[in-house]
Structures are given as C-alpha cells and as structure tokens.
Write a protein that binds this ligand. Structure first.
Ligand code: FAD
Length: 327
C-alpha cells in the first residue's frame, strides 16, 4: 500500500487553521518545439522559495494554417504547449513539491481524459485541477465528444475514483483517489448571466468534491473579499485561494479587462499611465506586493501566483513577503 500523501486541499486547510498563508505558483509547459531548459531554470529558482504546490496548465489544440506549394492553405490543429503530464511528473519527482496538472474539457474527448487519468494514477500524482478550458467553439478540434462543463469532468473523475471506467467497465480503483480543486471568479465568469448563477455552479463543483477553489486574477482585493463572503454565505466552505498576476505593460490596461473581465482600480490605472513603459513592471510589482500582503493578512490560506512572464517579480514578491514575516 502506498503511503498516504496529503492532498493540496488538506495542506490548505492546515494553513487556514494556522492562520498563516503559504504561496503557490502556476507554470505553463514549454511551447511546442522548445526544450525544458527555461522552465527548469525558472523552477530551480521558484522551488527554493518553498511553494505549497505547483499547478501546470493544459492547452487545447488550436488551428494553424500551413502554406502549400500551390499557395493554398492547409488547416492543421496543433497543441502549442503539450506536455502537462510529463512536466507535472518531472517537477514532483525532482523537487518533491505537490504538483497539480490541469485537466480541461474543451478539445479533449472523454476517452483521452481517461487515458490521462490512467497515466497520472501510474505516476502517483493525485492532485488535479479540473476546468472546462477556454476556447471559441470554432477553434476546437472538431467532432470531439468533450464534457460541456467542469462539473461533468468532475463526475468522470469521481467515477474513476470509484473504480469505474467509461462504459461502466470495472477497474481496480486507484490506491490514492484523485483529489481536486476548481476555478472561481471574483468578478464573475464572463458567460455567467449574474453572480448568483455563477456561485450556484461553483457550489455544485464543490458539492461534487472539489477541495478548494483558486480564483481568476484580479487587481482589487475588495472584489475578492466580497466574492469570498458571498461564497461562504452560499455554503461554499472550502479554502478559497486568490490568484494574482503582476501587471507588466501599459497594454495590460486594455488587455486584462478584455480577456479576463477584470476591473482595474483607478489608482493602479493612474500610476501605470503616469509611468514610462520601462517602469510599468515596477508599478505592477509594487501593486502585487501590496495585494499579496493584504490577502495574507486577511485570511487567505495561500496566495497563488500566475508566473507566465513574471518569474522575477514573483520571486522578489515572495522574498519580500518572507522578509516582512507575511508568509
Ligand atoms: P465551468 O465551471 O464549466 O463554468 C463555465 C461557465 O458555465 C460559468 O459561467 C459557469 O457559471 C457556468 N456553468 C458551470 N457549470 C455549469 C453547468 N453544469 N451547467 C450550466 N452552466 C454551468 N484554461 C485552460 O484552457 N487551461 C488551463 O490550464 C486553465 N487554467 C486555469 C486556472 C485557473 C486558476 C483559472 C481561474 C482559470 C483557468 N483556465 C484555464 C481558464 C478556464 O478554463 C476558463 O475560465 C473557462 O472559461 C471556464 O472554466 P471553468 O472550469 O470555470 O468552467
């Protein structure tokens, strides 16, 4: 019998009970065609800081157009960042930090998902993050019988944990059942008609077994606290981990609201507008530190950092939080 490893959910509960925040990071697998050296170098730095866990994103295939000798274009579907399972296994093995591969519905058939679960079970990775995935329906690999929502994917994982494969075929249940977290949206998911409806679906994911929630990025902590209060009032009693990403360029003033539906506080906008482009990263880093300090002081069990293009800033922020005794 394998030794029981604590789940990410239980680590977060411990932190919550102790009233002492930790931090976690999210990394992307390297782009297709790139080797592991860059990610390895980034992980060497970040692992030394002692994250509670590391999330690894998953990416669906996207259409690319390849020019043919006769000038016509051929449409291919290519996964720009393959390798989630291997990256998760390599990080867990090398650093002994719990790794959390993301599994998404969009662009993956139920059968492909089952094969991923079988691989992860063999590798002894037990923490998952279950998502629907972002995609235009037109850009998805066609004809895939994907799950429509994260809750449907959760149902498949629960079946697997109970020793049932697709088609009700019996299997030896995993020695350590998968445990999982799910996504939440302090500023509402873009497609949800209103906050109550969005929370209703979040609660459904928690009722189906999600042990914790990690949120979409936001820049106004008041919005996070309001979301957390509403979630608790709706009966969502698992740890809620705020997700943070530093603003790094002036263009983010329009990109972040458009892509993530986030509202940027006036003070942050004014400071970014007043800065030269070269100084925007500094403004973003200061804001990140301020947000993280405040969240750690106000009951967040963990602060989750999106590290894409921001490894330097995230490392500095964690070091500063440690120096200040905030983590
Ligand atoms: P769902 O929970 O399915 O919710 C999607 C929408 O449908 C919401 O509006 C919700 O209110 C509603 N809803 C939920 N359940 C139901 C239901 N059963 N019936 C009807 N309506 C329902 N994307 C990636 O592609 N790869 C990643 O690795 C990735 N990582 C992420 C990590 C974090 C921490 C976060 C916050 C997001 C991440 N995303 C990632 C983006 C995510 O996939 C998108 O935000 C996606 O649009 C929604 O995913 P979800 O799991 O929240 O979906």
């Amino acid at each position: 019998m394998a030794t029981e490893k604590p789940t990410v959910g239980s680590l977060l509960l411990e932190r919550q009970a102790a009233g002492r925040a930790g931090f976690s990071i999210e990394v992307l697998p390297p782009p297709r065609g790139k080797g592991p050296s860059r990610l390895r170098a980034d992980m060497e730095r970040m692992a030394k800081l002692g994250p509670l866990f590391v999330n690894i994103t998953t990416h669906h295939s996207e259409p690319v157009f390849e020019q043919q000798p006769d000038g016509s274009l051929r449409k291919l579907f290519v996964r720009k960042r393959p390798g989630t399972v291997a990256v998760a296994a390599a990080i867990q093995q090398r650093y002994g930090i719990p790794t959390v591969p993301h599994i998404i519905c969009n662009g993956f058939s139920r059968e492909e998902t089952e094969y991923v679960l079988i691989d992860l079970n063999f590798l002894g990775l037990r923490d998952l993050f279950l998502l629907r995935g972002d995609a235009d329906k037109e850009t998805l690999v066609p004809a895939h019988a994907s799950h429509a929502h994260a809750s449907d994917l959760i149902a498949q994982v629960n079946e697997f944990n109970a020793g049932r494969l697709l088609g009700a075929q019996a299997m030896e249940p995993p020695e350590q059942p998968f445990s999982f977290g799910v996504a939440g949206y302090p500023e509402k998911h873009a497609e949800a008609p209103n906050e109550d409806e969005d929370l209703r679906w979040l609660k459904r994911k928690v009722d189906l077994g999600a042990e914790y929630v990690i949120t979409q990025l936001f820049y106004d902590n008041a919005r996070f606290y309001r979301f957390r209060d509403r979630a608790v009032a709706a009966g969502i009693n698992v740890p809620i981990v705020p997700g943070l990403k530093p603003l790094g360029r002036k263009a983010h003033l329009t990109v972040l609201p458009r892509v993530f539906g986030t509202v940027l506080p006036s003070e942050l906008v004014e400071r970014v507008e007043a800065a030269d482009e070269a100084d925007v990263r500094k403004v973003g880093a200061e804001w990140l530190l301020r947000q993280a300090e405040d969240l750690a002081a106000n009951g967040a069990p963990c602060v989750h950092f999106y590290t894409l293009g921001a490894v330097d800033v995230v490392c500095q922020t964690v070091e500063e939080l440690r120096r200040g005794g905030k983590l």
